[in-house]
Design a protein around this ligand. Sequence first.
Ligand SMILES: NC(=O)c1ccc[n+]([C@@H]2O[C@H](COP(=O)([O-])OP(=O)(O)OC[C@H]3O[C@@H](n4cnc5c(N)ncnc54)[C@H](OP(=O)(O)O)[C@@H]3O)[C@@H](O)[C@H]2O)c1
Length: 297
Amino acid sequence: MIAILGAGAMGRLWAASLPADDPVFIARPGQSPGTPLSYNFLALDGSERTVTVPWLAPSQVPELVLVTTKAGDTLTALEAIAESLPPTVPIVLFQNGLGSQQQVAARWPERPVLAASTTEGANRPSSDRVVHAGAGATWLGPMTAPANAILAECTTALASSGLTVHAESDILGRLWQKLVINAGINPFTALLDCPNGDILHADLFLNHIDGLCEEIATLMEAAGQPRQTPATLRERIETIARNTARNTSSMRSDVQNGRATEVDYINGFLVRLGQSKGIATPVNQMLAERVHQLSLN
Ligand SMILES: NC(=O)c1ccc[n+]([C@@H]2O[C@H](COP(=O)([O-])OP(=O)(O)OC[C@H]3O[C@@H](n4cnc5c(N)ncnc54)[C@H](OP(=O)(O)O)[C@@H]3O)[C@@H](O)[C@H]2O)c1
């Protein structure tokens, strides 16, 4: 049985995709959900079905825990259930950005903690409906030493969903690659309130993208990532923005819906890394501050 902490869009996508008797959701402590959680699931092929997922009972021990909360909720959500979770149960973190994975690994270095980087897309247009919006792939890799030995086993367990899952020994490298894209697209789309492709002609983007890429290239090298030139990073950001031109980023969507964004784990992570390494990050700082102000309005 695979237990899922965070019954949002991503958690419900995995629950709908895993073999029917496998997934359960983990309730918040103090919450005593009676009936199983039911929702309508729209698959990629256009088919719709009702998915019903029970809650983890106190006597049950899952083989695996998937954590699908937002990055800012992850440590608190796990702290609330850690005592009742045997120390050998693998924990797979699905959060975007960087920082929350390191927080969890540093808090429980003796537990098998893995991080996932996924390009699957899911959204929740209403409380009882989840849409699998885009096919992608998921890479899974170890964040703590005890996770190394169970990487293949966890990959096989997640692949039973039918979604594409790969083992990735350098998951930090893969998370960094995604962070570059998120840091270079998401805050601009949120600040300009536009789909991804529209940032490419906006002054805010054109005036700051080179400075942003210089900061990221310097930070990546300081973090031990392979050196990449600012021009290469800019090209990659612009290519993805063009290829996803009509998409709305999660950051823009969070602002539009009055939800907290994950900017603290994207540009905010880069600012904190810069502070710890003595590297100035004025563009990341400006973007993170301005996105914060948007959420306050
Ligand atoms: N959706 C995607 O397509 C996608 C793609 C790639 C990566 N990701 C990443 O996956 C993560 C989850 O994204 P999402 O879109 O699924 O977000 P979401 O829809 O907001 O889901 C997060 C869920 O976690 C729940 N939660 C928060 N604190 C909790 C706690 N202490 N205990 C139990 N549940 C708790 C939330 O409940 P409430 O609603 O009641 O607060 C919500 O249902 C994010 O880091 C995101 O960046 C998502």
